[in-house]
Design a binder for this molecule. Structure first.
Ligand SMILES: [Zn+2]
Length: 394
């Protein structure tokens, strides 16, 4: 028997394509058939949020709460909209309610907890969530709540080497810091030159796709960026079961190919190595090459706009279920070059730690991760630390 068409599922797909109008039409159709429901109202609120209409977002989420006062996704989404309007005390109260309510999955719950902690510490906004529009969870497990007990423990290269040698299953979680030595800018550097919300939002891409393409051109430039010592050392790690990365440069893949390894690589934010036509879905190869064309955005023979296969703001991270399963099976998670300020990557080490893994962070200075969980910190740039991992100096 075929499952009946789930309009909220179709709405989710349209939203992931940045097509807010179609997405909204599916939600309204769902509402017309099934009557008023908090999930659909929160969905409408998230669409309004995506378009920058905070007042309408707040109205939708409040409507959801009038239907079900303990609806956690409504509380969490309302809190983000209120924080952006500057109503911090009310936002914090709704985050607290969202942690007590029903309906958040693990990642969403941890994110709400992180946001609550940030406001409780006197933060004046949710700086890293300004464009990360809340999304309704697709599948909800019973949340396994934790109390945050963060701690940073300094870790030497020798100790890192021992942990790696003893581990049975290693997962590496990587961010832009790993690719710096390959001559690629971090997001933080890029957003000093581009307005992030304009450049990489799914809705904005529909309106002016050339902006994202100019970011791709600025990010990659004319030359090649080969994998560096950090990518190569990661590729050669013994007992490596998976690499989960926020990077879109596919340098882990190139390093794995060079090392003759077939490690699973989960690119949470997609890759620049693939593109497709929005009109006919034809594939057009490497975005970093297409970005060198004189006229941007590059277009297909059919006239359609070509889009890099990367995840934009407002869209869902890829392979998340699989990434969660991988980190929860690991006994050692090495976090390298991650600012830990973008959900859901920032939640993965917490889930891993809770499942019993040791977490080692390789970064110049400890990230905010140490506020949540015990972290062994190895200070220094990824390529130096990881290159020494394979040496025998102590
Ligand atoms: Zn086409």
């Amino acid at each position: 028997m075929r499952r009946p068409v789930d309009e909220l599922e179709l709405a989710t797909r349209a939203r992931e394509e940045g097509d807010v109008a179609t997405s909204r039409a599916w939600v309204l159709s769902h509402l017309a058939k099934h009557g008023d429901a908090p999930d659909a109202r929160v969905f409408l609120g998230s669409l309004a949020h995506l378009e920058g209409d905070l007042d309408e977002a707040v109205r939708c989420h409040r409507r959801a709460l009038s239907l079900r006062p303990d609806h956690a996704p409504a509380h969490a989404s309302l809190a983000v909209a209120l924080a952006q309007r500057g109503e911090l005390a009310t936002a914090r109260a709704h985050l607290e309610a969202s942690l007590e309510g029903e309906g958040l999955d693990d990642v969403a719950w941890l994110r709400a907890e992180r946001q609550r902690a940030s406001l409780a510490l006197g933060g004046d906004a949710l700086p890293h969530e300004r464009v990360a529009t809340p999304m309704l969870a697709r599948s909800v497990r019973a949340p396994r709540r934790i109390t945050a007990h963060g701690e940073t423990i300094a870790c030497s290269i020798a100790s890192l080497r021992d942990h790696v040698a003893r581990a049975r299953t290693i997962v590496v979680l990587s961010g832009a810091g790993v690719s710096r030595a390959s001559g690629l800018e971090t997001r933080k550097e890029l957003w000093q030159r581009f307005v992030r919300d304009d450049a990489v939002s799914a809705v904005r891409f529909r309106e002016s796709p050339e902006v994202l393409w100019r970011v791709v051109r600025a990010f990659w430039g004319e030359e090649d960026h080969p994998p560096n010592a950090a990518h190569l050392a990661i590729a050669r790690l013994p007992s490596l079961s998976a690499i989960v990365t926020q990077n879109v440069d596919s340098l882990h893949q190139r390093a794995a190919d060079a090392a003759g390894r077939t490690t699973e690589i989960l690119e949470l934010h997609g890759t620049l190595k693939r593109t497709r036509c929005l009109a006919c879905a034809r594939e057009h190869g490497d975005a970093t090459v297409l970005a060198r064309r004189d006229v941007l955005p590059p277009t297909c023979a059919c006239g359609g706009v070509i889009r890099p296969d990367v995840v934009l703001f407002g869209e869902r991270a890829r392979h998340l279920e699989r990434a969660i399963a991988r980190v929860e099976q690991a006994d050692l998670v090495i976090v390298v070059g991650c600012a830990m300020d973008v959900s859901p990557a920032s939640e993965l080490p917490v889930l891993a730690s809770r499942a019993g893994a040791t977490i080692i962070e390789i970064k110049r200075t400890p990230s905010r991760l140490c506020q949540m969980i015990p972290v062994l910190h190895v200070g220094g740039p990824a390529e130096h630390v990881l290159a020494r991992l394979e040496g025998d100096d102590r």
